[in-house]
Design a protein around this ligand. Structure first.
Ligand SMILES: Cc1ncc(COP(=O)(O)O)c(C=O)c1O
Length: 382
C-alpha cells in the first residue's frame, strides 16, 4: 500500500485558518454592521480608510469595490483615456493591462527582470518608443509588486520622470510590503490594491482601494467612486461608477489589519525556510536588500521542462501548486495585438515556462511545510 495516498490534502492558501483565529472578533464586527444597517458607506468604511492610511503612511485611502476598480478609478482620475498608452508588464495578472483598455487607452508591454519577476526599468524607454511608433501618447506606467515583492520603485520613478509618465503602482499582491524602508502605498502618484480573499490582505468578498498622497487626485477618485458626485449625491460633476467597499467588508478588514504585521512576519519566516531547503535544487526567489515581500506567492523556477512533472508529482501527494502565469499577456487572445517594447519580452516568456508556486500562507505549520519540502526534493531528484 502506498502510505502517501493517505496523506491529508494541503490547502494552497488557508483562508479558513485565519478565519478560525479571528472568529469572534470578526463575528462581532459584522454583527455591529448588521445592527446599524448602514450597509453602504457606513461609519466603518471611513474608520478603516483612516487606519489603512496610517498603516502605510499615506495621506489618503479611498476604498472601492475591487482591485480592478481601484486601478480604473486611479487611471480615470489621472485623466488617462483614448490615444494614450499605459505601460505595464506582460508577466502579471490580466487586470493590470485590462484597466488600460477599459479606460480607452492602450496597454504597451514592458519586460520583467528574471530575478524579481517585476518590471525591468531598463525596458521603459523602449516601450515608450514602441508606443510613439504606434501613434500613441505614453502617459502612465503601472508597475506591479508581483507575488508580494515590491518592484524597483526608485529605478521606475527615475525612468518614468525621464519619459514624463505618471506612475500607478499595482500593489494588489504586494500591499504591506516594504521598499527602501517605506510601506507600499506611497510610491508613484497613486497605488491600487485588492482585498480579494486570497490576497495577503484580503477581505471576505471583493474590495479594493486607491491610496495616494495627492489631495486633488484623492478628491477626484472619491467623486468617481460614487457616480462622479460633486457637493452632494445629486450633484453630478463627472461620469463615475458605483464602486464602494461594503461596510461589512470594511469592518472585517479593520479586524484583519490588527494582525496583518504579524502575518507578514510569519509569511517571511515560511519563505526563508522554503528558500533554505530548496535553494540547491531550484531557483528560489530573490529579495533585494531593503525590500520586504508579503509573499502573495512563493514561486520557484524549474528550468529544463521539468516544472509540469513536479506539479503532477506533488499533486499525487495531496500538495497543490499554482502556475502564475502560464501565458504572458502579450500572447493572450485579448491582449496579443497590443504593442510590446523595442527590446521584446523574452524574460516574460521564459518565466511563464518555468515558474511554479508552492502553498503559502501565514498559518502554514512547520510539519506541513516539511512535507511539501520533502516531496519537492524527492520529485526534483528523480
Ligand atoms: C496584480 C493584480 N492586479 C489587479 C488585480 C485585481 O484585483 P481584483 O480581483 O480585486 O479586482 C489582481 C488580483 O486579482 C492582481 O493580482
Amino acid at each position: 500500500m502506498n502510505l502517501r495516498t493517505n496523506l491529508q490534502p494541503i490547502p494552497f492558501i488557508d483562508v479558513a485558518a485565519q478565519r478560525r483565529r479571528l472568529g469572534p472578533a470578526v463575528d462581532a464586527a459584522v454583527a455591529r454592521v448588521l445592527n446599524h444597517c448602514q450597509f453602504i458607506l457606513g461609519p466603518e468604511v471611513g474608520v478603516f480608510e483612516t487606519e489603512l492610511a496610517a498603516f502605510c503612511g499615506a495621506r489618503h485611502v479611498v476604498s472601492c469595490a475591487s482591485g480592478t476598480d481601484a486601478l480604473v478609478l486611479a487611471l480615470r482620475a489621472m485623466g488617462i483615456g483614448a490615444s494614450d498608452a499605459v505601460l505595464c508588464p506582460s508577466f502579471t495578472f490580466c487586470a493590470t493591462a485590462e484597466v488600460a483598455a477599459l479606460v480607452g487607452a492602450t496597454p504597451v508591454f514592458v519586460d520583467v527582470e528574471a530575478a524579481t519577476f517585476n518590471i525591468d526599468a531598463k525596458g521603459i524607454a523602449g516601450s515608450v518608443a514602441a508606443a510613439k511608433d504606434a501613434g500613441l501618447k505614453p502617459k502612465a506606467i503601472i508597475p506591479v509588486d508581483l507575488f508580494g515583492l515590491p518592484a524597483d520603485h526608485a529605478a521606475i520613478a527615475a525612468a518614468a520622470k525621464a519619459e514624463n509618465l505618471l506612475v500607478l503602482d499595482d500593489a494588489a499582491q504586494g500591499f504591506g510590503g516594504i521598499y527602501d524602508n517605506r510601506r507600499l502605498g506611497t510610491f508613484g502618484h497613486a497605488t491600487a490594491t485588492s482585498f480579494f480573499p486570497a490576497k495577503p490582505f484580503g477581505c471576505y468578498g471583493d474590495g479594493g482601494a486607491v491610496i495616494t498622497d495627492d489631495d486633488a487626485l484623492a478628491d477626484v477618485v472619491r467623486s468617481l467612486h460614487v457616480h462622479g458626485h460633486g457637493s452632494n449625491k445629486y450633484d453630478n460633476v463627472r461620469i463615475g461608477l458605483a464602486s464602494r467597499l461594503d461596510t461589512i467588508q470594511a469592518a472585517i478588514l479593520s479586524e484583519k489589519l490588527k494582525i496583518f504585521p504579524e502575518e507578514i512576519d510569519a509569511r517571511n519566516a515560511i519563505a526563508r525556510r522554503y528558500s533554505e531547503a530548496l535553494g540547491d535544487i531550484a531557483i528560489v526567489p530573490t529579495v533585494p536588500a531593503g525590500s520586504i515581500s508579503v509573499w502573495a506567492q512563493y514561486t520557484i523556477r524549474i528550468a529544463g521542462g521539468r516544472r509540469d512533472a513536479l506539479a503532477v508529482a506533488l499533486k499525487s501527494e495531496g500538495i497543490p501548486t499554482g502556475i502564475y502565469y502560464p501565458i504572458p499577456l502579450h500572447r493572450q487572445q485579448a491582449y496579443k495585438h497590443f504593442p510590446v517594447g523595442k527590446s521584446g519580452v523574452a524574460v516574460s516568456d521564459r518565466l511563464a515556462a518555468e515558474v511554479i508556486s508552492l502553498p503559502m500562507h501565514a498559518y502554514l505549520d512547520a510539519a506541513t511545510q516539511d512535507r511539501i519540502i520533502d516531496a519537492t526534493r524527492r520529485a526534483l531528484k528523480k
